[in-house]
Ligand binder design. Structure first.
Ligand SMILES: Nc1ncnc2c1ncn2[C@@H]1O[C@H](COP(=O)(O)OP(=O)(O)OP(=O)(O)O)[C@@H](O)[C@H]1O
Ligand SMILES: [Mg+2]
Length: 309
């Protein structure tokens, strides 16, 4: 079976031996899906670390089958799909917890929000979608809170006392202080998408837009918008683009701009750290975002102790 080369590399890099074993099993897992749901999987989409392919059920329903390593992330995504159950979130048709399989309704035409060229138009679409899917946090859930992100950063600081890749120790410390401050002052916990960005928003029937791929997270709405703001940035003038996105989100969703910028700062530090590779390469756009959120904060709210000390 011929698999996309970058997919094989990513699975090996991310999951190590477990990923290698899963790749070996993949032909059998595909066969298992085909038998269980009486389908024939078509060519997969452009893959990252899960095997995702369309198919047609016997009754003609167009579906997408997503085969994942059945770990924590898979279980969180499955629960998030069940909890969201909303017409602006992709519908879950069936699942198989044992083998890490999710069966979704196929969205058509299915192109992503990245194909909307006008950045402001795309941002309004994103804001309205977030408004439609966000809901109060459930009382009992396995889905982690944004506190887990603060803990990830704390671990990073602990393991890398002199900084991570291009991120200085001072920046890491500052981001951690801001994370702590924000969690100490959070009032409303919501069920969040957890990986909301242009490529996880697909064009669907009747000109609507639908979210896919919710990783699931519990926290403030402001947090869910940061990953979107770091994506699809121009090489030059990213500052103005992020500034405009911040304005649109703040107005459309009635958000607290100060907290949005602070979440922006600390999440961007963490997101940049995630991209630092063994060869010390990293996502330069994310790295540039750290300074942009800091500058925007200063322009709007001036120097505050938790940003400057
Ligand atoms: N319900 C759907 N309808 C149509 N296309 C879909 C659907 N679900 C997924 N896809 C396609 O498959 C691709 C991968 O899906 P998805 O984002 O869920 O996988 P992933 O492995 O979690 O990806 P990543 O980690 O890159 O976000 C999507 O970008 C999209 O092109
Ligand atoms: Mg995705």
């Amino acid at each position: 079976m011929k698999l996309q080369e970058h997919f094989v590399q990513s699975v090996r890099l991310y999951y190590k031996a477990k990923g290698e074993a899963w790749l070996q099993q993949l032909p059998k897992l595909i066969q298992y899906c085909e038998q269980k749901w009486s389908i024939k999987l078509k060519e997969p989409y452009f893959l990252s670390i899960n095997y995702v392919a369309p198919a047609t059920m016997e009754d003609g329903t167009e579906i997408v089958v997503k085969i994942c390593i059945p770990d924590e992330g898979f279980l969180n995504e499955l629960e998030a799909l069940q909890l969201f159950a909303n017409d602006r979130m992709v519908s879950l048709i069936d699942s198989d917890k044992r083998y890490g399989i999710i069966v979704l309704k196929k969205l058509s035409p299915g192109h992503t929000l990245a194909e909307v060229n006008n950045d402001e138009d795309a941002c309004y679409i994103a804001a309205h979608l977030i408004k439609a899917i966000t809901k109060p946090a459930p009382v009992h859930t396995r889905i982690p809170t944004t506190g887990s992100r603060e803990e990830q950063l704390r671990q990073l600081v602990y393991v890398n006392p002199n900084g991570v890749g291009p991120i200085s120790q001072q920046t890491l410390d500052q981001a951690l202080r801001i994370f702590t401050y924000l969690h100490q002052t959070t009032k409303f916990y919501k069920l969040l998408h957890g990986d909301f960005h242009h490529y996880n928003v697909l064009a669907s029937e009747n000109g609507t837009w639908t979210a896919i791929d919710p990783k699931g997270l519990i926290g403030e709405v402001e947090y869910d918008l940061i990953q979107y703001m770091l994506n699809k940035l121009p090489v030059h003038n990213a500052y103005d683009v992020i500034k405009k996105r911040v304005e649109i989100f703040t107005e459309e969703l009635h958000l607290d701009k100060e907290r949005l910028l602070l979440w922006g700062y600390c999440h961007t530090v963490l997101a940049t750290a995630w991209t630092v590779d063994e060869d010390r390469s990293y996502n330069t756009q994310f790295f540039g975002g750290i300074e942009i959120f800091e500058k925007l904060y200063k322009a709007n709210f001036g120097d505050v102790t938790y940003l400057t000390s």
